[in-house]
Design a protein around this ligand. Sequence first.
Ligand code: CA
Length: 139
Amino acid sequence: MSSKKILIVEDDADVRLGYQVLLKANHYDTFFAADSSAAVSEARKQQPDLIILDLGLPAGDGFIVLERFRGNMNLAVIPVIVVSARDLQGNKERALKAGAKAFLQKPWNDNELLELISELLGQPNIVYLATGKLHPGEP
Ligand code: CA
């Protein structure tokens, strides 16, 4: 079985490295983009199985990226985990409404992220929330 491809959209190099080490150790192939336009071009190029998207990006925030993914037939089907340090309730709702499958608040822990990833890759139609717990009844 080939490795699943994960695109990480994150402008902080240290955080990118953290994702890389963790995800590589768990046998995922990782690709990176540091801003919103690179996010779209990398997603087109790599056709990842999953996208981890930081909300706070230079030159257009993560919501712009979500919008662009949504407007592209091939990209709209890829599950997106939105990650944000901004703990405003509005961000989570806005991200889920904009098409994200899950919202993870920084600082997340490794197990929480890995659990979310494997569940989303296995069951792309189920929505997860920041806790990583399943909420089957929610849209
Ligand atoms: Ca950031």
